[in-house]
Design a protein around this ligand. Structure first.
Ligand code: FES
Length: 123
């Protein structure tokens, strides 16, 4: 992905409103991105964002489950690394794109189209 894919950041409001261990969907209509985005408040306290559509079939990952540092697809249970978007278990083979999440004071900011700085291996 090139940086030219980056869209304007979105203020998602106070981070405190997102319970740890849960996942939330930001619609493509709201972000301008070409997919909904699954935003995860992980068990490590960090926030992560992945493309919402599983790379195996057209299933919403935000209907899935946060398991340690992965987001597990609700259909066939492929577990996608929150940092890289890479599936760690079958049947999915291709990664999903990551998106950067930052804080502005106590507010959560999503950067659609800007990969996480620690590694996005999605095409
Ligand atoms: S639809 Fe996600 S693993 Fe099959």
């Amino acid at each position: 992905m090139s940086t030219s894919d980056a869209l304007p950041p979105i203020d998602l409001g106070p981070a405190a409103q997102y319970p740890e261990g849960e996942v939330f969907r930001v619609s493509a209509d709201d972000s301008g991105w070409n997919d909904d985005i699954a935003v995860v408040h992980a068990e490590d306290g960090g926030f992560y964002a992945l493309d919402d559509t599983c790379s195996h079939e057209a299933v919403s990952l935000s209907d899935g489950y946060v398991e340690e540092d992965t987001l597990e697809c609700p259909m066939h249970a492929s577990a996608f690394c929150l940092r890289t978007g890479v599936p760690e278990t079958l049947p999915a083979l291709r990664p999903v794109k990551t998106h950067r999440v930052t804080m502005d004071g106590d507010r959560l900011v999503l950067h659609p189209g800007t990969p996480r700085p620690d590694g996005d291996s999605a095409p």
